[in-house]
Design a binder for this molecule. Sequence first.
Ligand SMILES: [Fe+2]
Length: 442
Amino acid sequence: MAPSDYDEGFVVKPGSAGAGAEPRWKLFAAGDYGPSSGGNALEGSGKSQGILSGGLADRINKGDLAIVNLEAPLKLDSKGIRKVGPSLGTDERALSVMKEAGFSAVGLANNHFMDNGYDSAVATQDYCRQLGMKTCGFGDNIREALKPVFFDIQNIRVGVLSLCEMEFGVADADNPGTAWVSDPLAESAVVNTKKEVDVLIVLAHGGIERVPLPPASRKIQLRNIVNHGADIVVGHHPHVPQGWEKYEGGYIFYSLGNFFLDYGEGRKYPKTDWGITLEVEFVNNEVDGICILPIERMNGSVDFMKRESALAAGWRKYLSRCSEVVSDDLLFRRYWNELAVELIKKKYEPYFSAAFFCPVNEKLSRRILWHLKNLVKESGRLVRYGNGEMRTMDDLVMLNLIRNESARGAIVTGLKERSGGLGKENSSPGEDLRGLMEWTGP
Ligand SMILES: [Fe+2]
């Protein structure tokens, strides 16, 4: 297919250094990657042509440094960690595909990397390294997990750190796991890495899934990473693209969305089949140009978005509006407050009403409705796990909601807003916000 058949993307910062300026080098960044081993995505393909188009791999290979977030660890026979929510797992072919596609740095700090336990995490890290890719974001304790990886590109030293919000599997002083972004040592990891490099790229995994905006707390968190020295912050986890902003001397991309991720267990989220990738051109240690290139997964393969795609007509407008909102503090506050109320209603209230046996409200408790809809599945779980274990699962859900930075931020904002605590001085963004949400969920 000729290049002109593809959507040529969106230029955030056009090059201004001039054609002769050098040394010139290119970074490619992609979001969440995790083809499930249980599905058929990898069947018949150990090669990138199976799940990644050749054109995509060609372009990634042209970069000097290509980074991706590996969301699914290898699925071994080892026991997984105690958690709630889906457990992801992949096999060696998926890691070979990353290598063939041209990725040289792999971020491991995310909420799934410990899904299959310590042995699987170590085996995944080792296999990536065996293939020649550098990894960061996981370690035998938090100090190890916070170690950066370095690349020397035409005398420019580049550091990459991979950090994630609190969920199941983060490391601490004595236990292995992923690099927690809010650990007291994380800030000095950013500051100290910047002292050693010309350019610092930080992968930041967090936010709320399938919504168009980051929580206010995440905005502060990622801006702080720039304050401490990052040149580019690459966000992921929401599985849909969110906006970007230029903040102080850095660029923050709140979420790239999925690169290639299937959820296993038959889960389907059609609005997560597209995402964005970044091609950042540097001259020395300065960003000269950034191109946002949309990608789309169709028929089990991801490729740059084609002009004929149904999404091609609208994705720029969606992303531009998200970016306008996120980079304007007052506007953002209005949108985020309203989105947080929506999240309370649709996402968090059912959990709370189950865990704390809240009385039936409105027509029917959403949790009861949810139980009725899932009667067979829920009965099966009750038989399989027993009442005590189901109670424990509810406890784990609550634990995760309270300790995760973004969930807690959404719950606090949503409850304050709904109870009138934040005041109503501004008009509601209503329709515009709903238009953005059409792009992301459920
Ligand atoms: Fe994630």
